[in-house]
Design a protein around this ligand. Structure first.
Ligand code: NAP
Length: 326
């Protein structure tokens, strides 16, 4: 086994768990820096005995970050938040937190640093999330010029927050809605556009970027093979959950109003800033290199998404499948 050690911040999250497993399979020793070590214990069986260790750290605590990166050859920062709560602001996590990780990486003599960002990172964006992503990138590049930055579109995979949310909606509600600013009965009325990328492709790109200097100082856009509008995505969800729900195009003004109230839920269903992000969609600009540089053929969502949206199908489906199997 190689002696190389990587510290991953955010390793207990959706993308993180795939990255931990993938890097362990490639022979890395993996130190997962998490706020709650017990909650992340499920990660340990992803490697051989002793290959994956859990380390208590928060990107808001510089001393814990310094300890977490001590002795590491590489560091990956996946930490991100989709809504703000108290001191957990976009700036505190995406800018100050990322800065803390980059400074600690420099101080520890780390060779490779990966910073996760997002498509749409832009100082002029109407979304505070997207502006903070840009500011985070700039700050980290100023401290660790060789950092590799990844900007994914919406990421899909078994535990994703995107398709699972719509699958749950199809399970519970008589209609599934998408937001649009045009007439939903016209081809142009399908709502915002997304280019979903498979989590397995994302972690393979990150893993390759940790090897050697070839990806040093680069910014990559990670996107899937096809652009979908929201109506197409809802139709896929409808088909794969076998719920036959009405797919309903709703004006964005409804989202604007709903978000004013929904933002106050303990885990907000929708915030005003998320509505701004939704309106922008998430499609690669093509101005940055992408998965092709890594020799990765992007996985289509039609291959993967049905495997986990199945769980939202009506119960009778399972009974029928069991009956057929007898
Ligand atoms: N998933 C997507 O579609 C997508 C698309 C574009 C960009 N991204 C970006 O990719 C990154 C990973 O996404 P994800 O979907 O895997 O997110 P996720 O499931 O929400 O995971 C986020 C991780 O960050 C950790 N974290 C939060 N605050 C922290 C803190 N103060 N200190 C240390 N760790 C902290 C969380 O750990 P706890 O268990 O301690 O909360 C969790 O492990 C994020 O930066 C996200 O914005 C994701």
């Amino acid at each position: 086994m190689t002696e190389k050690l990587v510290t991953i911040f955010g390793g207990s999250g959706f993308i993180g768990r795939y990255l931990v497993r993938h890097l362990a399979q490639k022979g890395w020793r993996v130190r997962v820096a998490v706020r709650d070590v017990q909650k992340a214990a499920f990660l340990k069986p992803a490697g051989n005995v002793g290959q994956i260790s859990l380390f208590p750290a928060s990107v808001t605590d510089a001393a814990s970050v310094a300890a977490a990166v001590h002795g590491a050859d590489a560091v990956v920062n996946l930490v991100g938040v989709l809504f703000e709560r108290g001191q957990r602001t976009f700036d505190a996590i995406h800018v100050e937190g990322a800065t803390t990780v980059a400074k600690a990486a420099v101080a520890a003599g780390v060779k490779r640093l990966v910073q996760m960002s997002a498509l749409g990172a832009d100082p002029q964006s109407p979304s505070a999330y997207a502006r903070s992503r840009d500011a985070g990138e700039m700050a980290v590049r100023g401290i660790f010029p060789g950092v590799t930055i990844f900007r994914p579109s919406v990421v899909f995979g078994t535990e994703d927050g995107f398709f699972n949310r719509f699958g749950r909606m199809a399970q519970l509600s008589p209609a599934i809605a998408f937001f649009t600013n045009s007439n939903p009965h016209t081809p142009a009325g399908g709502g915002s556009k997304f280019q979903p990328v498979y989590v397995g492709d994302v972690v393979e790109a990150i893993a390759q970027s940790l090897e050697g200097e070839g990806h040093s100082g680069k910014i990559y856009e990670l996107a899937g093979p096809r652009v979908y509008d929201m109506r197409e995505i809802m139709n896929i969800v409808n088909r794969e959950t076998q719920r036959k729900r009405m797919v309903w195009g709703v004006p964005y003004v409804i989202a604007d109003i709903a978000a004013i109230f929904l933002q106050f839920l303990p885990t907000p269903l929708l915030t005003p800033d998320q509505v701004k992000l939704l309106k922008l969609g998430s499609v690669a600009t093509g101005r940055r290199p992408g998965l092709a540089v890594f020799g990765i053929t992007p996985t289509t969502l039609e291959v993967v998404v049905p495997t986990y949206l199945k769980r939202f199908r009506p119960l009778q489906q399972n009974k029928r499948i069991r009956a057929e199997a007898r």
